[in-house]
Design a binder for this molecule. Structure first.
Ligand SMILES: [Zn+2]
Length: 364
């Protein structure tokens, strides 16, 4: 099957909500260009006043902010910046059992070199494994929903506990500017969906941290905790940041994005393309095209290559995955070939979110 591709970027009709204008340019890159023009992606002129505000709000509290750390370059650099500007930081890390050794080492090195407090939340692997199995058995797309939801939950819970108003994340609109198409992942605060999928597989959620829409509204509206894409406040260049961390803090760079989690790598590099016909690199590469860091021709060449650097790496990850999930190769083959089912078929609270969003938009 041929997919229609955007004239300007490499997004195509594997994104269900793609729309082309008369010049053949798509809504994904056009929306990103609009947000750059409006100045939403570069807030560097507001950095000083923002830091001041964080410090003011943190007075009489033990910490000014939380910085979530994954061991990757973006979050490590956010941690460095927060420290550089004199913020009292609580670094928070989630261990879901899939972290690469490199990620763990990077976090340990950075934390000890920067002298910040670290809270590591270790998710019970047995429970997590059963939940992942439930997601695989349901054939839904967003397996990462589990980790992302738990990560949100842990960060907001800790912020509430310590009276912290700011959670600084290592995200950055300049490198993550183009939106993920709606059929490529799922609503991340969908507690009901997670609970229903767990129930379907007779999994009891005992210790898994979980956050729903109402919980989120409580943290956001009542507790006034803000989730901030911190790198928008600086002129962020990933390669320079990585070299800086390497030379000054003993950081070890990764060969490619999301090396910090073996599962994320396997999910994006194998499960998504093979089972769901989705290549997330298209979003990342299109963002680079729009921000002038890559030509479309080079992006197409990259997409022609396998997401894995070599068959050897892929074979290694398959072996690791099978062992960790207690699957046979036949289990994996059957899973890959089963048809996708939509998250909403299992019950969702996305409608609650849409409802509150519409009220909020009306008020503003
Ligand atoms: Zn486009």
């Amino acid at each position: 099957m041929e997919y229609q591709q955007c004239n300007r970027c490499v997004m195509d009709t594997t994104a269900q909500d793609i729309v082309f204008d008369e010049d053949g340019n798509c809504n994904f890159c056009s929306d990103f260009i609009t947000s750059i023009k409006k100045g939403h992606t570069n807030l560097s002129h507001k950095l000083d006043s923002f830091i001041e505000q964080i410090k003011k709000d943190g007075q009489s509290k033990k910490y000014d902010c939380i910085v979530g750390v994954s061991g990757g370059a973006d979050s490590s650099y956010s941690l460095y910046l927060a420290k550089k500007y004199g913020l009292r930081v609580l670094a928070v890390h989630m261990d879901n059992g899939w972290n690469s050794e490199l990620a763990t080492n990077n976090i340990e090195t950075l934390i000890s070199n920067m002298g910040v407090d670290l809270y590591t939340h270790v998710i019970d692997w047995n429970e997590y494994k059963q939940l992942m199995q439930a997601f695989f058995d349901a054939d839904v797309i967003d397996i990462e929903l589990l980790y992302d939801n738990a990560m949100l939950a842990v960060n907001y819970q800790l912020a509430a506990k310590y009276g912290i108003k700011y959670i600084l994340s290592g995200s950055n609109s300049a490198t993550e500017g183009i939106k993920i198409p709606s059929n490529w992942n799922w609503y991340k605060k969908d507690k009901k969906n997670i609970q229903n999928l767990a129930k379907r597989n007779n999994v009891t959620i005992k210790t898994f941290p979980i956050i729903g829409t109402i919980d989120y509204l409580y943290y956001r509206g009542i507790k006034k905790i803000k989730w901030i894409p911190f790198l928008d406040y600086v002129d962020y260049n990933k390669n320079e940041a990585m070299n800086f961390l390497k030379n000054n803090y003993g950081f070890k760079p990764y060969p490619y994005k999301h090396y910090e989690s073996v599962f994320t790598r396997f999910y994006q590099g194998y499960i998504l393309p093979e089972k769901f016909n989705i290549d997330k690199r298209k979003v990342h590469l299109s963002t680079l095209i729009v921000s002038g860091q890559l030509t479309k021709e080079d992006a197409i060449k990259i997409l022609e290559q396998n997401p894995y650097p070599s068959q050897y790496d892929l074979d290694n990850d398959i072996e690791y995955f099978l062992k960790k999930m207690s699957w046979s190769s036949k289990n994996l083959e059957e899973y890959i070939h089963r048809d996708e089912k939509l998250h909403k078929e299992y019950g969702t609270e996305v409608n609650i979110f849409e409802f509150f969003k519409s009220i909020y938009n009306k008020i503003i």
